[in-house]
Design a protein around this ligand. Structure first.
Ligand code: ADP
Ligand code: ADP
Length: 230
C-alpha cells in the first residue's frame, strides 16, 4: 500500500472538516502496523479508506501497484471483498447464524462451492482454535471466543490484508492478550495487519507505530518494545 499526499475533507453544508491532511504512508506486504492517536485525529477515516469503504478527496492510494483512488465504487467493492478482511471492536457477528455459518458467509459472497467452503471454514476454525464451537451461536461464546470467530471470518477469504479496528476494545485483558497473541502469530505466518488501537501495550505487538494528530502523520517508527518474534 502506498498513500501519497492523501487528504480526506468532509463537507457538510457550510462546514469543512479535514479528517486527513497530506498523508504519506507505505505499508509493505507482511508488516504489522499499529495506528494510534487521540480521538478525532483521523484513525477511523484512514481505516475506512484503507478498507476501500471511503475514497480520498485528493492524493493517491496505490494497492498492489494500481492507483485505486480513481476506481468506481463497484470496482472498489469487488477488490474489497477479495483483498480485505475486517475485524471490529464489536465483533459484528450475525447472532442468528452459527459460528460455522458466520465464517462461511464471505465465501458465499465470493461464490465458492459448498464443498470448498466446508473445507476452508473447518481449516480456519481449527487455526483459531474454535472448531469445537462450530455449531454454537455467537452469544453462547465468550467475548474472546467471539473475536476469534471474527478473525476467522476475516481470514477465510485469504485476504491480502487484515484491518482491525480496536480489536480488543470489548475484551478483558486476558482475552485481549489472547487475541493480540493470535494476531501476532498470524502476522508471523505472513498476514499483513493494520490495526487501530488506543493501547500503547497493544501497539507494541505491532512492528511499527504510526501516530496521527489532527489528520497528519506525526510519528512513523518501529515499535519501541519489540515483542519476541519466535
Ligand atoms: P473513535 O474511533 O472516534 O476514537 P471510539 O468509539 O473508538 O471512537 O472511542 C470512543 C471514546 O472512547 C473515545 O474518546 C476514545 O478515546 C475512548 N476509547 C475507546 N477505546 C478505548 C480504549 N481501549 N482505551 C481508552 N480509551 C478508549
Ligand atoms: P478518530 O477515528 O481518530 O476518532 P475520525 O477519523 O473518526 O477520527 O475523525 C476525524 C475527523 O473527521 C473528526 O474531526 C471528525 O469529526 C471528522 N469526521 C469523520 N467522519 C466525518 C463525516 N462523515 N462527516 C463529517 N466529519 C467527519
Amino acid at each position: 500500500i502506498t498513500l501519497t499526499n492523501l487528504s480526506r475533507v468532509f463537507r457538510t453544508q457550510d462546514v469543512e472538516t479535514t479528517a486527513l491532511s497530506n498523508i504519506n504512508l507505505t505499508v509493505k506486504q507482511g508488516e504489522f502496523v499499529a495506528i494510534m492517536g487521540p480521538s478525532g485525529c483521523g484513525k477511523s477515516t484512514l481505516l475506512s479508506i484503507l478498507g476501500m469503504l471511503d475514497s480520498p478527496t485528493s492524493g493517491s492510494f496505490e494497492f498492489l501497484d494500481d492507483d485505486i483512488s480513481i476506481y468506481s465504487e463497484v470496482k472498489l467493492a469487488e477488490l474489497r471483498k477479495s483483498s480485505i478482511g475486517f475485524v471490529f471492536q464489536s465483533f459484528n457477528l450475525i447472532d442468528e447464524l452459527t459460528v460455522f455459518e458466520n465464517v462461511e458467509l464471505p465465501l458465499q459472497y465470493l461464490k465458492i462451492s459448498k464443498i470448498e467452503r466446508k473445507q476452508r471454514v473447518e481449516a480456519i476454525l481449527k487455526r483459531v482454535a474454535i472448531d469445537h464451537r462450530s455449531d454454537h451461536l455467537p452469544q453462547q461464546l465468550s467475548g474472546g471466543q467471539q473475536q476469534r470467530v471474527a478473525v476467522a471470518r476475516a481470514l477465510v477469504s485469504n485476504p491480502k490484508i487484515i484491518l482491525a479496528d480496536e480489536p480488543t476494545g470489548n475484551l478483558d485483558s486476558k482475552n485481549g492478550d489472547e487475541v493480540m497473541t493470535m494476531l501476532r502469530e498470524l502476522n508471523r505466518e505472513g498476514t499483513t495487519i493494520i490495526m487501530v488501537t488506543h493501547s500503547e501495550k497493544e501497539g507494541n505487538y505491532a512492528d511499527r507505530l504510526v501516530r496521527l494528530l489532527d489528520g497528519q502523520v506525526m510519528v512513523d517508527k518501529a515499535s519501541q518494545v519489540s515483542m519476541p518474534k519466535d
